[in-house]
Design a protein around this ligand. Sequence first.
Ligand SMILES: Nc1ncnc2c1ncn2[C@@H]1O[C@H](COP(=O)(O)OP(=O)(O)OP(=O)(O)O)[C@@H](O)[C@H]1O
Ligand SMILES: CC(=O)N[C@H]1[C@@H]2OC[C@@H](O2)[C@@H](O)[C@@H]1O[C@H](C)C(=O)O
Length: 401
Amino acid sequence: MHPHIKALYNSAQKPSRLIIGLMSGTSLDGLDVALCKVTGAGLNTHIEVLNFTTVDYNDDYKTKIKQVFAKRECDLELVTLLHPWVGKLHGDMVNQCLAKWNINPASIDVIASHGQTIYHCPQSQHNHKSFTNGTLQIGDSDQIAVTTDITTIGDFRQKHIAAGGEGAPLAVYGDYLYFSSAAESRILLNMGGIANLTFLPKNGDANGVFSSDIGPGNTIMDAYVQQHFKDMHYDDGAKIAKAGKVNTPLLNALCNNAFFKLPMPKTTGPEVFNLAYLNAAQQLTNTHHLSHEDIMATLNTFTATVIANALNECAERAQNCVVYASGGGIHNPLLMAQLTALCPRIKAFKNTDDLGINPDAKEAVLFAILANECLAGEQQHLSNTAQGIAGVTMGKVSFAD
Ligand SMILES: Nc1ncnc2c1ncn2[C@@H]1O[C@H](COP(=O)(O)OP(=O)(O)OP(=O)(O)O)[C@@H](O)[C@H]1O
Ligand SMILES: CC(=O)N[C@H]1[C@@H]2OC[C@@H](O2)[C@@H](O)[C@@H]1O[C@H](C)C(=O)O
């Protein structure tokens, strides 16, 4: 047996494993690094997040990625070069974290790497009859494995696509295993660049579980701030939005898109929800004269409205749903206040801290759970093609040498 296979076999048999989950989301703010002690597998998974940090990306990273990010036309040579470059950078960032945390790399069983999504196009978006769904994450796992000397499991989304899914949201797999409750119906709401949710009915019936992207979380607000406010990445504390007034015609135009009329499950990305989308809505409503504050107030309400519509749809399926929120959007007080006001049928808004998982770390932890299932999961717990949930094991293994 190859020693690498033997090591994996041993890891899979251990009662608990150390797994580093890595997530680099659509916001391009930084690499989320979660060092997790994962005990058991499947419905008996237990996670302890031993360390978590977001390693901020510098301007060089953001500038390079933005040249290809969510763009239909870009420099293919640059894409090719970025794939190993991002992988090496992520590997270097893991090494820095381990050094800072005083952790011996040899004690880590595997790294679970999401990579950096640069393009996402479900069939509903690209409309090419001869193609199915597609999604592309760069940041080669071989680079991470070689750089860290730690076996790395990555490229999780392609198996989902191969099995007929849209490659997202994958959160449902971790949410179901870790957050299902017999006592209450739960909605796990993540508000990153794009917002998504997982619905977990309280009867624990796997067939009632579904997960879907909702639409924009922070992505258009962030892009607008970055374009108009020097050295700002986002509207901290919604200060700009709070100073403005919502423009109703613009809000209505923003809410009028075919994606919102599609039934859940569905996926989307900044390929659709971007500054060009805002521009088109402004054109239609003759609102180019609005102040930055009014635009931000309208965008904030747009995000709140589309998220609230999706939550209210869930609330029709089960009474007394409790929302557990995560992602950067939870730090936006105006967004959270609007959600509470727009969703009277939701019993309570909490965040995943109440379930023992740091809401900023949740997506990185998800990939640690997926890698744990890849290694030690004994069976598929979720499989429902009608809900876009492929019953497959995800992740590809890269060895260090
Ligand atoms: N204090 C704050 N005030 C307002 N917004 C905030 C604050 N902190 C974070 N955010 C928002 O959260 C974003 C980052 O969220 P997160 O890291 O969850 O996104 P992501 O993981 O990149 O996205 P996705 O889940 O779509 O891939 C920021 O870009 C910003 O819009
Ligand atoms: C293609 C892609 O990277 N999608 C991300 C993005 O960010 C949020 C939303 O859009 C979600 O569908 C997904 O990430 C999470 C981790 C998921 O798959 O559940």
